[in-house]
Design a protein around this ligand. Structure first.
Ligand code: HEC
Length: 152
């Protein structure tokens, strides 16, 4: 491989430095939203959302979809459980998501929080998740949460 600096060792150091800067800037952007590193969710097995995945809908297109429930369970474990509790059973840090209303009205509240998070008096209670994880992952999590619903 041709080395742009004409010096193999310096070329390699520069490459490593460039990679380091990229990693850092990515991390900072995410850390600014409340110290959480979101884990990417593979949603390729799920149908695209109409008219497109970037236009937010208010009701869950995956309600009752077995594949979505499966993906949602693991996406929740990786991205929400640290605050909302393992298996959606809250330890008290954040609301118990099993109590969210079922159906359309619960969907609307869910997607609002998922997309924008919650900031009160300048303090981040919950980081926004929509942009980082995407809409498909959000509705998959909601589909799973509905299977955990309880009224108590
Ligand atoms: C850093 C901790 C944290 C993480 C991570 C987090 N949340 Fe939250 N979430 C909160 C807190 C705290 C609240 C309460 C916000 C408030 O009272 O304003 C909340 C509120 C919510 C609500 C509204 C609940 C209600 O009863 O009003 C939903 C829905 C929700 N979160 C979904 C999620 C989902 C889905 C994920 C994962 C993709 C997630 N959250 C990740 C801390 C977190």
């Amino acid at each position: 491989m041709a080395d742009p600096t004409g010096h193999p060792r310096i070329g390699r150091v520069l490459l490593l430095a460039a990679a380091g800067v990229l990693t850092l800037s990515g991390a900072t952007r995410i850390m600014a939203h409340g110290n959480v590193t979101p884990q990417a969710v593979d949603t390729s097995a799920l149908p695209d959302i109409q008219p497109n995945n970037d236009t937010w809908v208010q009701h869950n297109p995956y309600r009752g979809n077995a594949k979505a429930i499966e993906i949602g369970a693991s996406a929740y474990g990786q991205n929400c459980a640290r605050c909302h509790g393992l298996d959606a059973i809250s330890g008290g840090i954040a609301p118990d998501l099993r109590l969210l209303e079922l159906g359309d009205s619960g969907d609307e509240w869910f997607v609002q929080r998922y997309q924008h998070g919650s900031v009160r008096e300048g303090k981040v209670y919950m980081p926004p998740m929509g942009e980082v994880l995407g809409q498909k992952a959000g509705w998959a999590i909601r589909a799973w949460l509905e299977t955990k619903h309880t009224d108590e």
